[in-house]
Design a protein around this ligand. Sequence first.
Ligand code: HH2
Length: 283
Amino acid sequence: MQRKLQDILTAGRRDRAVIMGILNVTPDSFSDGGKYLDPRIAAQQARRMIDCGAEIIDIGAESTRPGADEVPPAEQIRRLENVVPAVVETSAIVSIDTTSAVVADRALNWGAKIINDVSAGRDDPEILALSARRAAPIVLMHMLGGPRTMQDNPRYTDVVAEVKAFLADRIAAATAAGVDESRIVVDPGIGFGKKLEHNLALLRGAGALGSLGRTILIGPSRKRFIGELGCSEQAEDRVGGTIAACLVARGGGATIFRVHDVAPAVEALKVYDAIISSGSHCF
Ligand code: HH2
């Protein structure tokens, strides 16, 4: 069952989880690069994810894997121009994964509804004004540095506190640009300028972000930290690790889960939510 966008953004921790399916229209994404460049195949994959229970489809045309080069806005638009309208035609709420205001603006014109900015408005501050002007919800994510350098020995004294302070600062920047607070989603940025212990601390400490008062999105899907724990070297095989991370973050109050493998994530979160909510009626 589809929910309205604003219901998703204001969903309380006790409400059910929301799945954001990942669709990368890139030749070089770390786990699905090159698979969805053809708009028909991209739309098919979006439909498959929706059938499995995804409520949001996050479409990106620039890989943010460690060491990735920037993709100019014109090239992002070229990659997206047939894919976004095709996915908008399905029933999904489309989110555009870009740090460029020009690209986001174009995607909103094609019918996308959410901006997912992994730079939290630092790459292109105009994106905050765009979110305000178009009343488009925006995901503000934490990253230490940029994709080219973020994994060069990232250091924190208290990673959870520092990520939280960063997100508070970016919420302030967004509201100063006119974004309504109810349209802001925050994300600790799993894998973005973080060593294994930082990722684990952020998943364990997701609850600490709750006092920011915003919906929490988490994106652990198939990421390297799962392989670093001695699990699969192959990104596609990291489904179990992805689910474990999602469930821990759900316990901390995360509501939106950005994943490649929609069906197992939906099932796991459904069972988790049922167990937790039935517990409250058992006294
Ligand atoms: N992770 C990736 C990309 N966008 N957006 C948010 N909000 N949170 C994330 O954790 C996040 C994100 C990286 O994953 P993926 O899109 O699969 O890979 P690539 O960047 O190589 O395309």
